[in-house]
Design a protein around this ligand. Structure first.
Ligand code: ATP
Length: 244
């Protein structure tokens, strides 16, 4: 959708009646760089009504056909944000990284407008700290998170790794020999290793089943485990010695 249809379509939006859009779960993505751009396109692919905002005309033109609404605007301008209905969208993502001042200003203006459903990208520890201090709870650091994830993947025993928090992760791996071939109930996996086997995908199967006590996992299954990163890592490496 081009700039013209963005302006034409949401007349009610500019008139202050942004409720229908908000109820439908519209998400505003501010800053369509590599991170914000791919996030916005991914959301749109999943049917989310995305409003992309960027101050750069060339960037706006690039996303005109990929997102439902794209607007060229300075996200540090409170009046502009109000006109765009930022106070009424269900979620706002601030994906401005390198311009620290713009990121912080946009965050404080959006908070002032009353929207508390903000996710913000930070590019440094200090940046993250300031955003937290402003009151933004969802601060992401994509480079850091990806680095952590990759470190686990590269080591080879974990095929997917999702940090939920500093001290809690989900990981996809294969069952170590010592927990295979016997019902989970008889193993006491949590007591022995500090992790929980959450789900199982059978060899050749395409679905995940929630694990229960009566289930038996086999060496060629895949399992999803949850726990502290240190324990998840240790559990996934239980066969390391016998790997040769
Ligand atoms: P990435 O790694 O995701 O490309 P980055 O951290 O290098 O991001 P920035 O260069 O800070 O990202 O900005 C991302 C986008 O945000 C750019 O397209 C830029 O035009 C836009 N942007 C920067 N300042 C503002 C602003 N005040 N209002 C709206 N958009 C802005």
């Amino acid at each position: 959708m081009n700039e013209k249809s963005w302006l034409a379509r949401p007349a009610a939006f500019f008139a202050g009646d942004a409720k229908p859009m908000a109820e439908a779960g519209a998400v505003a993505v501010i800053g369509l760089g590599r991170f914000g751009g791919s996030l916005a396109v991914e959301l749109a692919k999943h049917g989310v009504d995305v409003i992309g905002i960027d101050s750069d005309e060339a960037v706006v033109a690039e996303y005109a056909d990929k997102l439902a609404h794209v607007s060229r605007a300075d996200a540090t301008d409170e009046e502009v944000l109000r006109q765009l209905g930022i106070d009424d969208v269900s979620r706002v993502v601030i994906a401005i990284g390198s311009d620290l001042e713009a990121s912080i200003l946009a965050a404080s203006r959006i908070l002032k407008l009353g929207n508390r459903h903000i996710w913000a990208k930070a590019i440094s520890e200090t940046h993250a700290e300031i955003l937290h201090q402003l009151g933004i709870r969802n601060v992401v650091r994509p480079e850091n998170d990806m680095g952590r994830r990759l470190a686990h993947l590269i080591r080879g025993h974990i095929s997917d790794f999702l940090p939920i928090d500093e001290d809690f992760v989900l990981a996809r791996t294969t069952p170590p020999v010592r927990v295979s071939d016997v019902p989970l109930a008889s193993l006491g996996v949590r007591a022995a290793y500090g992790v929980t086997i959450v789900a199982v995908k059978r060899a050749g199967g395409s679905t995940w089943d929630i694990a229960d006590r009566d289930m038996t996992v086999y060496a060629d299954d895949e399992i999803l485990i949850a726990g502290h990163p240190r324990e998840v890592e240790a559990f996934s490496e239980l066969d390391k010695d016998s790997d040769g």
